[in-house]
Design a protein around this ligand. Structure first.
Ligand SMILES: [Zn+2]
Ligand SMILES: [Zn+2]
Length: 116
């Protein structure tokens, strides 16, 4: 892996939340297209995964983790929560014979700030 790809991966790996390309860019001394190329490589090679929120930016996170977030449909803010539904995952295993490895749980709605 090249130096830049390794640095991009390190930032994602150490982050407690999914990051956008521009958030990663802010932490590095390289241009944005280098960040995008590194992200494409890392995703293709299976080191990271990504998702996007509506028409908003794409978020990148390390493969093999679990993330739980509420997503505000008005201001696009992501807020983490700790609750993890082990029971639901057990039921999925029982019912569909599916072995869970990682999960991302996004709950879309309106945040307290925007609901006011
Ligand atoms: Zn909001
Ligand atoms: Zn979880």
């Amino acid at each position: 892996m090249t130096e830049n790809r390794r640095k991009v991966f390190e930032i994602i790996e150490l982050s407690k939340k999914p990051l956008t390309a521009s958030e990663i860019f802010e932490k590095l001394d390289v241009d944005l297209s280098t960040v995008y190329r590194a992200l494409n490589f890392l995703e293709k090679e299976g080191f990271i995964r990504s998702f996007s929120v509506g028409n908003g930016p794409r978020y990148f996170f390390k493969k093999g983790v679990h993330f739980h977030f509420t997503v505000c449909v008005k201001c696009s803010e992501l807020t983490p929560f700790d609750e993890c539904s082990d029971q639901l995952l057990q039921e999925i295993r029982k019912k569909y014979g599916f072995e869970e490895q990682e999960h991302v749980f996004l709950v879309y709605g309106v945040c307290p700030k925007c609901g006011r």
